[in-house]
Design a protein around this ligand. Structure first.
Ligand code: TRP
Length: 456
């Protein structure tokens, strides 16, 4: 409990916790990042490896965050102080810093999704790829981007300020079912498109030759995606599990949450690829601008594309919102627990700070990359790695004991879980961190150095 002695908030219902975790997991990672990773990494081959990593890496890792949160009933900094102590307490700080940085630019990207939803209603999308790209460059940075970043952040602040039950839980109970229904509806629509069958065979029949030839890039990309999409590595699941207040079967909750997240990512592929194939866009092309450039151009090409585009981008905005509240809640929980500040002022100050930090990202795409690559490929992986080392190697018995509460005797499954954390999870994270640092170095000495040269 914090410095103030009010009892700690809890979820009102089991569904509340599950929906909040699903809402956090389902976000830009599923709808924006996942399809373009599949496109870049060779289609079905990537999908197969990704599913493998969800089970092998994602499931053990999400349980680690759950047990730490439920055991301590604290924010990540307080949790690590209590459960590990000493220098390990600082790992909590890595989580807070990561959340702060990620939400600063995640909110900018979310602002684009709002802009693109409005675009459908206003003048529709541009079918020509080069024009669509030009439009994206125009809209991505500048005053309008900053204004939409402010609007999005204000909504996040309002929801988080209302608290766990009246804010986050209520919001996700509306948002998550909406995302599921609209996604299902759009998949049915995509099924009727001309390019559907070609798209399905691209997406669903893996060529094992591709895996063999390109595993060095497929494996780390799939592992990174598995971690990001489940919101792991910065204490979101620690924080959400800290509001459980009762012993439930965490393994079962984990399976449900992962199942939903994976299903939404998978179905998004069933939407995006038929649209791209129908409009004649090569799915290997898009890159990071994917949904804003090539998908928008495809919407410009389709009959009633403006309407489909509007529904699509509005859904992405909702998904981004339910993820953003989890990112802010990590930092706000810290300020409430450890600094004794009330929830509303805490949300306002944290959100205000995140808004300011995000302004550079809304003025130049290179700066957005600077923050994104650093948070996503280094901070997130580093935080995740340290937590897995702490729990897997130093606190194994405590972790097994905590997991068994609400399940009963785990037998040898408890040890199997810990060994999954100790080996596959940790090895994957070390490889991902190494590659992430190398990539960041290339970015700093390449695009970023060029940008500095041009600007100053
Ligand atoms: N999982 C979210 C997505 O797929 C993004 C996200 C939210 C996230 N909170 C996170 C990623 C915490 C890493 C850590 O878009």
């Amino acid at each position: 409990m914090g410095i103030g002695d009010a009892p700690r908030e809890t979820w009102a219902t089991r569904a509340g916790f599950i929906l909040a975790a699903v809402g956090s997991a389902v976000g830009l990672g599923n709808i924006w990042r996942f399809p373009f990773q599949v496109g870049q990494e060779g289609g079905a081959a990537f999908l197969l490896i990704y599913l493998l990593f969800i089970v092998l890496v994602g499931f053990p890792a999400i349980l680690v965050e759950f047990v730490v949160g439920r055991r301590t009933e604290r924010n990540p900094v307080g949790a690590l102080k209590e459960i590990a102590g000493g220098v390990w307490s600082y790992v909590g700080w890595v989580f807070i810093a990561t959340g702060f940085v990620i939400l600063s630019y995640y909110s900018v990207v979310a602002g684009w999704t709002i802009r693109y939803a409005i675009l459908g209603l206003q003048d529709g999308y541009l079918a020509d790829a080069a024009e669509s790209e030009g439009q994206f460059v125009d809209l991505a940075s500048g005053l309008e981007a900053i204004a939409l970043h402010a609007v999005f952040m204000a909504i996040v602040i309002a929801i988080v300020a209302l608290g766990i039950q009246r804010g986050i839980e209520l919001a996700v109970k509306v948002m998550v079912p909406a995302i599921v229904l609209i996604t299902a509806g759009m998949a049915v629509y995509a099924f009727t498109l001309e390019g559907a069958s070609e798209a399905y065979s691209y997406y669903l029949s893996p060529e094992f030759g591709t895996i063999a030839a390109e595993w060095t890039s497929i494996l780390p990309a799939a592992a990174g995606q598995a971690f990001f999409t489940l919101s792991l590595g910065m204490g979101v699941m620690i924080t959400y599990a800290s509001y459980l207040g009762e012993d439930r079967n965490l393994a079962e909750d984990g399976v449900i949450i992962i199942g939903f997240d994976t299903a939404i990512a998978f179905v998004t592929g069933l939407i995006v690829f038929p649209i791209l194939f129908t409009a004649g866009v090569d799915p290997a092309d898009p890159g990071a601008g994917a949904i804003f450039v090539s998908l928008a151009a495809a919407f410009g090409d389709l009959t009633l594309g403006w309407l489909v585009g509007f529904v699509f981008f509005a859904t992405v905005a909702i998904a981004a919102l339910s993820s953003a509240i989890s990112l802010m809640e990590v930092v706000v929980a810290y300020v409430i627990d450890e600094r004794g500040v009330d929830r509303a002022p805490a949300a306002l100050v944290v959100g205000g700070g995140m808004f300011l930090l995000g302004v550079p990202s809304a003025t130049d795409l290179v700066l957005l990359d600077l923050f994104d690559l650093f948070a996503d490929q280094i901070l997130l992986v580093l935080g995740g790695l340290l937590l897995m080392i702490i729990v897997g190697w130093l606190l194994a018995d405590v972790a097994i004991d905590e997991l068994s509460r609400g399940i009963g005797d785990l037998g040898s499954l408890g040890r199997a879980w810990i060994w999954a954390v100790r080996l596959p999870v940790i090895v994957v994270l070390i490889v991902a961190l190494t590659l992430g640092i190398l990539e960041y170095y290339d970015f700093l000495t390449g695009p970023f150095a060029d940008w500095i040269g041009e600007t100053f």
